[in-house]
Ligand binder design. Structure first.
Ligand code: ADE
Length: 415
């Protein structure tokens, strides 16, 4: 078996980590058991480009249990858990991922996975899909799965331009994914990353959250819960209004730049905080990015305008400006929850990765009828994942009485 990982000697520690995650992924466990009985993916080769974490390991093991042959590479150079990569190799899965790999290695690893000629791909951020559309245009792919908002935006742009070559399930768009992973996962794990890197107290701090989509909602809500005074910047009037009605102050980036103590981007856009913002920031302002790509903070501008820079702590780099103010960047501006912490906890990845596994099964069953466009997982499958998770959390679902069902199905009732 081929692989490129940091050190196979880390596998024992990795196995423990994977086991601990599995205990908090009960729905994926149910699917894994069913997959091992029914073998819905037998004969399929799968190429995955995802964050190499203990949660992803459990997804890969589920796909293997379902009969697939799986090869995995990283979807971000800084998110790989080397011990988990080693555990997967030890379990017989080819992995191409090393934490901190450079850009060339990152793409070599994507190409190594594509060299296995997968039928299905699992992408997180659409980098693998983009390589297939830019460089490997003759390679046939049956279908794909996409994990994240940024990837889905790229795929929809491809579909709109008419260049998307195969059907893709936008797993991100399932309610059981974006309403939970993006909100509760990103909310908690982004703050976790900042806490591990800087060990600050959030209570009483002014925390600026750029973007109030599901991820921004999660970050702002959790920061407020820790006692922060939250400021939101938004370009969309509906989202800005939603932030205001959640009790956050809403202002422009330049207004917020002078006020904030901590800045967290979650917009999916480029250069959200730039030279003009850094110049206004207070001494010891902390900046972090929770978006998929490391483009939201203009770190090149920060470097050019700084007199010096030094690494102050793990995942915390200090830039000193000519006015003496220091700006502290977390995890090189890469997605902070995976760069400086361990990503979303397994409890919530249980939902996202159950959706992924079910999407693979659905796409294999329906491949003949699907066109090269972006699909959502059928609503009944989304609801089934929610039902299973609720059950695992000991919640019980209320049932409609016959009379209530008839009432909802009829238009003839009045006052
Ligand atoms: N994305 C966010 N958190 C993650 C995790 N723990 N594993 C894989 N992908 C993630």
């Amino acid at each position: 078996m081929n692989h490129d990982i940091a050190h196979i000697g880390l596998s024992e520690q990795g196995h423990l980590r994977v086991e601990w995650a599995a205990r908090r992924m009960p729905v994926l466990g149910v699917i894994r058991k069913r997959f091992s009985e029914e073998q819905p993916l037998e004969g399929y080769r799968i190429g995955a480009c995802m964050h190499v974490t203990s949660e992803t390991a459990n997804l890969m093991l589920t796909l293997v249990a379902g009969g697939a042959e799986v090869t995995l590479c990283a979807s971000n150079p800084l998110s790989t858990q080397d011990d988990v990569a080693a555990a997967l190799v030890d379990a017989g899965i080819s992995v191409y991922a090393r934490r901190g790999e450079d850009a060339d290695t990152f793409y070599e690893h994507i190409n190594a996975v594509l060299d296995t000629d997968p039928h299905l791909i699992f992408d997180d951020g659409a980098d693998m899909t983009t390589v297939l559309h830019r460089e490997r245009v003759d390679q046939e792919i049956l279908a794909g799965m996409e994990e994240t908002t940024t990837g889905v935006i790229r795929l929809k742009a491809m579909a709109d331009e008419g260049v998307l070559r195969f059907p893709v399930v936008a797993v991100n768009d399932s309610d059981t994914k974006h309403l939970f992973d993006n909100r509760h996962g990103t909310g908690q794990s982004s703050l976790d990353g900042i806490l591990r890197a800087a060990n600050i107290l959030f209570a009483g701090r002014k925390v600026v959250v750029a973007g109030f989509g599901d991820c921004g909602w999660g970050i702002a809500t959790r920061a407020k819960g820790l006692g922060a005074d939250v400021i939101v910047t938004e370009v969309d009037p509906i989202r800005a209004l939603a932030a205001a009605m959640e009790g956050h102050r809403v202002m422009t980036g330049l207004e917020a730049a002078a006020e904030g103590d901590v800045f967290i981007t979650a917009t999916g856009n480029i250069r959200v905080f730039r030279a003009e913002h850094f110049a206004l920031m207070k001494d010891n302002a902390i900046v972090a990015n929770a978006g998929h790509f490391d483009v939201e903070l203009d770190l090149r501008a920060l470097d050019e305008m700084s007199e010096s820079r030094r690494v102050l702590r793990d995942n915390l780099e200090e830039f000193t400006l000519p006015n003496g103010n220091r700006v502290l960047v977390v995890a090189e501006g890469r997605l902070v929850n995976l760069g400086a912490a361990e990503g979303h906890p397994a409890d919530v990845m249980d939902l996202s990765f159950s959706d992924q596994a079910i999407a693979a099964e659905w796409i294999v069953k329906n491949a003949d009828t699907l066109e090269p466009r972006v699909y959502r997982l059928p609503d009944e499958l989304d609801r089934e994942v929610a039902r299973l998770k609720l059950e695992a959390m000991s919640g019980s679902l209320e049932m409609l009485t016959d009379e209530q069902a008839a009432y909802l199905g009829s238009w003839q009732h009045g006052t």
